[in-house]
Design a protein around this ligand. Sequence first.
Ligand code: NDP
Length: 307
Amino acid sequence: MTAEPARASLIDGKAFAAGLVERVAAASARLEAAHAIKPGLAVVIVGEDPASQIYVRNKGETTLRAGMRSETHRMGETTGQHDLLALIATLNADPGIHGILVQLPLPAHIDSAAVLGAIDPDKDVDGFHVVNAGRLAVGLPGLVPCTPLGCLMVLKAELGDLSGLNAVIVGRSNIVGKPMAQLLLGESCTVTIAHSRTRDLPALCRTADILVAAVGRPEMIRGDWIRPGATIIDVGINRVPSRDPDKAAQGKTRVVGDVAFEEAAEIAGRITPVPGGVGPMTIACLLANTYTAACRSAGIAPDDLSA
Ligand code: NDP
């Protein structure tokens, strides 16, 4: 009898996110009981983008489920930058609001960088402010972008001590690739960041004990790019036509990651699926950041939220 080839174990991001939301809820309840501080998150959405509306509703519902204060500010598509900045100034000054998130993308007539730069860095729970990017780069406490923070939490829960591991991150965006690299460097990994100009990407990927794919190209990373036993974190969210040709003809789609999952699962040791891997961690980390910001606003050390 021949043995079945070993398959990677699945990293269940949904279950991990549910656990993190529970831990944040418990920590927030302790903060409220001991210090009368209820963490508050304000989400600002401008315009009617349907996907953004769904994200914002999910964020509001999850925030309330965690026992936190949730505010959603909906502004019309034609809102001027001045009015949006005025709202941010009001939220910056509101002591009951500890986290401010401006849903992206903003309408084209608004300068997104100016808006994100106007958020108080200590309330910047998306972690996109240059002050928070700088704090992360020099190793000071700050607020870290939610998606890479979720990836790091999952990696630590799965692998424990990461020091000395080779990490390859494919993608160098400010919201995923670069902060992921900083976080893994902070864990003493040997980090390489790859991008569209990288030479011989497959060979580089084969050096990775940890491979983080944040590219935005469906199933670009193939099974034979993966080192046997490696841990694969697939951040990509790509819509491709349905497998069923009739459904595809009707415009039906499915979501895939940046990694060719079936091939990769034959070689890797651990892998996040898409959907159900990294995606669910993002909202959970938003709540974690809001809790952290609420604690720091009162000079209190946040509880450890790791699993
Ligand atoms: P960006 O488009 O900002 O960055 C993509 C990166 O991939 C760039 O650095 C680019 O290189 C690199 N790249 C593009 N093509 C190649 C190639 N052929 N070979 C190597 N590198 C390449 O994307 P984001 O970082 O914002 O997002 C990446 C993916 O993650 C997307 O699918 C997005 O939807 C998903 N995402 C998922 C989230 C979640 O919650 N799970 C949250 C955020 C993003 P260069 O810089 O040289 O152009």
